[in-house]
Design a protein around this ligand. Structure first.
Ligand SMILES: NC(=O)c1ccc[n+]([C@@H]2O[C@H](COP(=O)([O-])OP(=O)(O)OC[C@H]3O[C@@H](n4cnc5c(N)ncnc54)[C@H](OP(=O)(O)O)[C@@H]3O)[C@@H](O)[C@H]2O)c1
Length: 239
């Protein structure tokens, strides 16, 4: 045996690359939606519950959450935001950017140990349309990560049309969902959750430091929607 042969023999065998579509079973997770009484939260809650997920809608007022839950059916429950966070395994943040920081700060304890999925798009609007705001932390998702040191934060579901999500006549939501996060296991949970909704795929799209572009892209989609009278989504090709 040559010295090169013995070096090769000592080298540990490289583990085969993981199949990026080998995603975990998330069907048993309870999903909470903070701000779940708005169009985006209601739409996501409806789609996930319709796909068999246990969903709790959160609100600043328990009765508003209950009313939204009753309206949507599919076993959805309603609760005040703190109780929603406490009872959920994975919590989607669907409050407006204006209330984002304060909401999360107040729920730090309830969200500890949970997977928090931010879908908030910090946008401004003027006569020329929608434009991206520049959060001090870089993005809404990075603000969430800074405010919630004891939670695992991911970002996803930014580019969905709440109109399509809420329309019961629509069977499939034809779009990809960009999922960002620091830990592969957490990203895969969110990808798998997106994949439970017929027509949707969750695609890994980088770490949270790249969330700003993904959040900002909604300003472009709003321009598309206005010009073409559409509810545009996104597809990532060749994956
Ligand atoms: N709409 C879309 O198509 C869409 C798509 C992708 C992502 N998003 C993002 O999803 C988020 C929610 O969108 P939306 O259109 O559903 O928003 P929204 O209707 O303005 O707000 C959602 C809910 O948040 C609660 N809320 C309102 N102001 C608040 C505040 N200052 N602090 C805490 N909670 C507050 C309200 O619920 P209660 O009064 O019951 O507490 C409201 O029903 C936004 O950040 C948006 O960027 C929206």
């Amino acid at each position: 045996m040559t010295s090169t042969d013995s070096a090769a023999a000592e080298k540990p065998a490289k583990a085969p690359a993981k199949d990026p579509w080998d995603l975990p079973d998330v069907s048993g997770l309870v999903v909470g939606v903070l701000g779940g009484t708005g169009p985006q939260g209601k739409g996501l809650a409806y789609r996930l519950a319709r796909s068999g997920q246990k969903v709790i809608i959160g609100s600043r007022a328990a009765e508003r959450a209950q009313a939204a839950a009753d309206e949507l059916g599919h076993g959805i429950e309603g609760a005040e935001n703190a109780e929603c966070a406490r009872r959920s395994d994975l919590v989607i943040v669907a409050v407006p950017w204006e209330g984002h920081g304060k909401t999360l700060e107040a729920l730090r304890e309830e969200l500890a140990g949970k997977l928090v999925v931010d879908c908030v798009n910090p946008l401004g609007f003027d006569k020329q349309g929608a434009y991206a705001l520049k959060p001090e932390e870089g993005s809404a998702a990075e603000q969430a990560a800074a405010l919630l040191p004891d939670s695992r934060v991911a970002a996803a579901f930014h580019h969905l049309s709440a109109v399509l999500l809420q329309d019961p006549e629509i069977e499939e939501i034809d779009t990809d969902v960009m999922v960002l996060g620091e830990e592969r296991a957490d990203v895969e949970i969110v990808q798998a959750l997106a994949g439970r909704i017929p027509g949707m795929r969750g695609i890994f799209a980088g770490r949270l430091r790249n969330a700003h572009q993904v959040e900002s892209l909604v300003a472009n989609l709003i321009s598309v929607n206005r010009r073409y009278k559409a509810h545009a989504g996104l597809r990532v090709t060749d994956v």
